[in-house]
Design a protein around this ligand. Structure first.
Ligand SMILES: [Zn+2]
Length: 305
């Protein structure tokens, strides 16, 4: 039994066309969406093993959604932009800190009565310099802040080397080329298999991927294709490794961006929410990104029960 939540930063459902790199045949992404491309033409689908829907990321607040408040909403189920009075990011807004501390996904999972020594896990590994920088400036990302608040271990470069963590770029390429760190190169497929293996030791495992948002800001079509190709292979490996009668894979985003390469900013488009496998029905009523954390907790509770 494994529940995996893959958070893809900056993926919205926008109009078809050459500006939208998601409007292309991505086999694994389409498999998650019952054969459909991830565009604004996506039709909701619900059955025992699948939820395919679009959810709101603007949360009643004007302006363009940002990662700090959007991720607070996604990972705590509280309205981050309303608490902050505006969309804010990329780091957590001070007015969302209490909500993150009390209601974050990891904390909620840790409190459940489930047969795991470490119920919640965050599968991303971070290089040493991230820890020194974040500690010195007290500037943690939303997910690492949630880990600190919930006593969930933040994985390290050593975990990446032993296969107990994934690099944020899936392959390790950026760690080797940009950071000069000695980590193994892995294919996106191997990274997917690795995430499935890590998830088997926990009730709920999260992986965060932000190169989708980076490619959107860069307005770089070639980079967007490369990033989506790797994400598609990664998701394909997860679908192969997981058993839909026992396991659950859920994916969502914090705001749109990549789906419109004609602009370099985030968008107000709805974002895809896809759940595949056991407990997918927990996501059927979701209407906004604030509904994702409660649905994940419900899915884990249902599996444990
Ligand atoms: Zn962004």
């Amino acid at each position: 039994m494994a529940v995996i939540f893959v958070f893809l930063d900056g993926i919205g459902l926008g109009p078809s066309g050459p500006q939208n790199p998601l409007d292309a045949p991505w086999p694994a992404l389409q498999r998650l969406a019952d054969g459909q491309r991830w565009t604004d033409a996506l039709q909701p689908r619900f059955d025992d093993r699948m939820t395919v829907t679009a959810v709101d990321a603007t949360l009643g607040v004007p302006g363009l959604p940002q990662s700090g408040t959007g991720q607070a909403a996604l990972f705590s189920g509280t309205n981050g932009p309303k608490l902050a009075g505006r969309h804010y990011g990329p780091y957590p807004h001070s007015q969302t800190r209490d909500a993150l501390r009390q209601h974050n996904l990891f904390a909620r999972i840790q409190r459940l009565d489930v047969p795991f020594a470490e119920p919640a896990a965050f599968a991303n590994g971070y290089p040493d310099r991230f820890f020194s920088y974040a500690a010195r400036r007290n500037r943690w990302t939303v997910t690492t802040r949630c880990c600190l608040d919930a006593d969930v271990r933040i994985r390290t470069a050593a975990d990446v080397r032993t296969g107990q963590a994934l690099t944020a770029d899936l392959t390790g390429h950026a760690w080797r080329e940009d950071l000069g760190l000695d980590v193994p190169l892995r294919t996106p497929t191997a990274a997917g298999e690795q995430l499935a293996a890590i998830a088997s030791d926990h009730a709920c495992t999260v992986f965060e991927y932000f190169l989708t948002d980076k490619a959107g800001h860069a307005r770089d079509a070639e980079r967007a294709q490369r990033v989506l190709c790797e994400v598609d292979q990664f998701v394909g490996a997860l679908l192969e490794a997981l058993d839909p009668t026992n396991d659950l894979l859920a994916l969502c985003s914090d705001h749109g961006n990549l789906e419109d390469l004609s602009i370099k900013t985030h968008t107000r488009h709805p974002v895809p929410l896809l759940a595949w496998g056991a407990g997918a029905t927990s996501f059927a009523e979701a209407a906004a990104i604030t509904d994702v954390t409660p649905a994940l907790v419900a899915a884990v509770t249902a599996q444990a029960g």
